[in-house]
Design a protein around this ligand. Structure first.
Ligand code: FES
Length: 352
């Protein structure tokens, strides 16, 4: 009975979605861009509870055949786990806190600062721990960023470097800029205090493994600490075991600035669908560098000659992102195939 599409009426929203055969409620919702609280995805944490108001579900774990209570029953609903429940009939469900496609609820959260370690001459890796309370869980997508809020009210934005699958742990890569008062204040707070307030999630340049087409080729272009945003997306894709081709280009002025080089090298060794290319733009600063040299657009175009099935995710300065867009467009890529947070705050420069 489960092997056919089923209609799911989202109670209170007056919207109907359709599952594909065998798909769980959570898979269908995420495929269509909805967001709801979820964590383990395998029926253990129970954070994804929904109320079944009409119809029948097969909950795979814990294994149960669930029926909505008959009309007029004392209990007006049956509780089901969205991540393991497949509709057996058309159903009506109530999902508290369901986010519509594109809808983002930004939360202010107090986090523990669990570690601050230096990765190279000026980049620090910071781990924060999110509150334990389920209602304060941070529901972010790979590629989004957060604001660190200092006690004086000033804020600074940083990409989240960890994947959502890391649950309560949030990783950041922060470059200390000695000439920037704000940068010094952020690092001083993180190094000397036990907690920090964040605002998250933010940013529209993100991806979700469930929304990918199986034939999409994904190209990630990161400049310097832009690697943090790319790391979140790639780790999410690897955690979700996608088989799409993934090409990662990480560019920096010199080799020392590729502060976590061993990590993408390890991905490329361990996953057949991952290819990694580090690129150094000023090799005279790194006499021992024997890898690729030049700038990111050049390196990418040396390797790729068509973009029809490609989505490019770029994380770096506006100059880098727009240079990459210009270069790829000249080779037939549509503007909509390049994704970057830069588009939200830096308009495209007029062409000379
Ligand atoms: S996400 Fe953990 S039980 Fe569904």
């Amino acid at each position: 009975m489960a092997e056919q599409p089923r209609r799911v009426l989202l109670d209170g929203l007056d919207r109907v979605i359709e599952t594909v055969p065998g798909e769980t409620l959570l898979q269908a919702l995420e495929r269509l861009g909805y967001g709801m609280r979820r964590s383990c995805r395998n029926g253990v944490c129970e954070i994804c509870e929904v109320s079944l108001l009409q119809g029948e579900l097969q909950q795979r774990y814990p294994n149960r055949h669930l029926c909505a209570p008959p009309a007029g029953a004392v209990s007006a609903s049956t509780v089901a786990l969205a991540c393991t429940s497949v509709p057996l009939t058309d159903v009506r469900v109530e999902i508290k806190g369901l986010k519509l496609p594109g809808e983002v609820f930004v939360k202010k959260l107090n986090c523990d600062i669990t570690s601050v370690e230096v990765l190279n001459r000026d980049v620090y890796r910071v781990f924060l721990r999110l509150p334990a309370t389920a209602s304060l869980a941070l529901d972010f997508r790979a590629g989004q960023y957060l604001d660190i809020c200092l006690p004086n009210g000033r804020k600074a934005s940083f990409s989240i470097a960890s994947a959502p699958e890391l649950e309560r742990a949030v990783e950041l890569h922060i470059r200390l800029l000695p000439d920037s008062e704000m940068s010094c204040a952020v690092m001083a707070h993180l190094q000397n205090e036990k907690t920090v307030q964040i605002e998250a999630p933010k940013g529209l340049c993100c991806l979700d493994a469930v929304s990918l087409d199986a034939n999409d080729r994904l190209v990630f272009a990161a400049a310097s600490t832009g690697f943090s945003q790319i790391k979140s997306m790639v780790e999410h894709l690897l955690a979700r075991q996608v088989k799409n081709q993934i090409r990662i280009y990480w560019g920096a002025r010199d080799a020392a600035d590729l502060y976590q080089l061993a990590l993408p090298e390890q991905w490329a060794r361990e996953y057949a669908n991952v290819h990694f290319v580090p690129v150094v733009s000023e090799p005279e600063l790194s006499p021992d560098w024997i890898g690729r040299t030049g700038v990111l657009p050049q390196a990418i175009l040396e390797d790729l000659d068509h973009f029809g099935d490609t989505h490019v995710y770029a994380s770096g300065s506006p100059a880098m992102v727009y240079a990459l867009l210009d270069a790829c467009e000249a080779h037939g890529m549509e503007t909509s195939q390049l994704h970057s947070d830069v588009f939200a705050y830096a308009p495209r420069p007029a062409k000379a």
